[in-house]
Design a protein around this ligand. Sequence first.
Ligand code: NOJ
Length: 790
Amino acid sequence: MRIRIKPVQFYSSVRFWAVVLPLFWVSAALAQSSDSTAVPNAQLAGKALNARVEALLKQMTLEEKIGQMVQYSAGFATGPVGSKISYDELVAKGAAGSLLNVIGAEQTNHFQHIAMEKSRLHIPLLFGDDVIHGDRTTFPVPLGLAASWDPKMVAGVAHTAAIEARADGIQWVFSPMVDIARDARWGRIVESSGEDPYLGSALARGWVEGYQQGDLSKPDSVAVSVKHFAAYGAAIAGRDYNATDMSDITLRQVYLPPYHAAVDAGAATLMSSFNSINGVPATADPYTLTQILRKEWHFDGFVVSDWGAVAELLNHSIGPDGATVARKALEAGVDMDMEGDLYGTTIAAQVRSGQIPEKVVDEAVRRILRVKFALGLFEHPYAPVTPSSEPSAANRAQARAVAAETIVLLKNDPMEGVGALLPIAKSVRAVALIGPLADSAQDMLGSWGAQGDAKFVISLRQALSERLGDHLLYAPGCGVLSGEDEKILLEGKPAPDDAASIAEAVETAKKADVAILALGESADWMTGEATSRTRLGLPGNQEQLLEAVAATGKPVILVLFTGRPAEIKWAGAHIPAIVEAWFPGMEGGHAVADVLFGEVNPSAKLTVSFPRAVGQEPLYYAQLPTGRPAHGDLSRMPANGPEKYMSRYIDEENSALFPFGWGLSYTRFSYGQPTVSKAEVGLPEVAAGRGPGLTVGVDVRNSGSVAGTEVVQLYLRNTSASVEQPVRELKGFARVTLAPGESKHVEFPLGFDELSFINVESKPVVEPTTYKVWVGGSSLATAETSFIVK
Ligand code: NOJ
């Protein structure tokens, strides 16, 4: 059978064919202007809609205009707590255009009635919330969802979340987070799609399409807020909110593509980020917010600041007072001030004194009103009050199937005399389930659990006891970080003595045929916002617990529940079977059990590199080359020999313990020799607008004995370019399901989007060169071919 992979790239879109981008010849290179004239979201540019916006704008006082640009958290806090004010009063005055963290039809309708009935112009409020990986139905955390490499499935998750959010009175979600994350120390890596811009862009499109359904006015769609613009994931040293500093080439080639993909997919809003970029705070950065977003990408929606980020510009020290920094944010392109009062208190006076032209305010208000009109809020301001808030059976089934698709089988080496431990053999009778994450419903929800409720969560213990009844033995072994958790973390104090409970766990393991260790992080306070870590090992006494149980000689399966790559070097060497389950959501226990018992054959692949040691961070596969590449492994490199002078560590390998793209299956896939449709392709053939210049094809065969799904990955290396290019870059992928013995031919089209890179003039170009090509099941793919661009 032959399958042709649909190009998920730009040139396949309707928008692309409507507007062919201008081409420039730059020396011998083919360059694409990043200044296109396309409209990313036609709905926001509609004539009738804009006529309504203008008519309303004309009636608004300056205060009412600024009111639209103000958003308050009128519910719980998701950041430092601000001042207490009367939101009823504010809304009645038209002094707030949006509220966040107000949940449920009753609550939102309360404020909406005030806006619609008491405010002078009856402009509806827009309700926003952090619906990140589901609303009432909790799906796996985004890093887990990304491991599916399945943008369609992600779109399905977003759609379900949109429906539930609407029922909760929310029309605007602060998702997707598309920040490229290459540093596992950064706690927010859990909210990301991982380290790769190509995959990140495909998933960003999936998120936006799923939430917005191509039509904001549909009752089952919500507006997205793509965040955090820009380059928030590159916080120096992985410390949250820290500065980022990078070349324009890296910004445009690595960090911006997922935001751009989301904008091209029609994203209605973006959220500016807390960090500075090259010394300019992102919340006051005209380069990213105006030059790139508005002028180059033609974004028509609005930009909201992150929580309090306008006021935080004072801490960034880019102005002496609130008025100055508010002006800088507004003029740079931040249209709405989230949970801050600087727009509300300082902009009007600056307009009246002539310091801020009123047209700047008008433009911000236009952008906000456009989204409100497009959402149909003026016609349907209220949320219907729905009776039940429990996730439906259908949604639970979706959550289970989705979660099973996100679980990565990291290792499944045969154990002497036993064979591979996974899937768990039918002959296994007693199973010992051990570890602090085995029965923790709350942790399964992950960070940003939205309206997810632990009482609906199926833990691994519950799922296994449904299957095994009395044959399931259980011992927690230790806490995630038992005792005085914060002190242990912050002051580096030793974890408390868990000797007794570890001893009990060891005895439990001895009674079983196999031990499953459920270890990892606390979802709530070790992953997500403001949870950067300097140590990536298993917290507390978990490593000790693992080693003690392994010392019994019983077969051990390690199931990790983490929001980031963990440092598990000892486990990697000594534990035969390792599974990364992330925080798998409300049906997580069932999904993990489905994989452990082989009802689901795992197909997920890592989208982040697992380090051997935290000192390797930031660690990612698409490294730039060096003049002194270190080949081979450390043991063959004597510290004082000629190999000393290589780009390497003296105490650790360069490579990841488990690399990007890695993930095993219960079957085996074999790859044929990849072929190219043309050994040589001319520059004009890969020009933007011409579609794929060539295709790479490969036969993939299921050579094992059970059906399985492989994520076929294509990597390129540009071997000679005016700007050095990564040693490998993902430029195509496809999920392929194969019965035992079945083969499929997979083709990947390659055109301008895949072959271009950012040159020193910050333009995407294709130059004459030779490309190396690898196709396989991870970033270590070895099946190789090449082609030439002339
Ligand atoms: C701060 C976070 O950075 C952002 O992701 C979130 O959407 C807002 N708070 C609102 O809660």
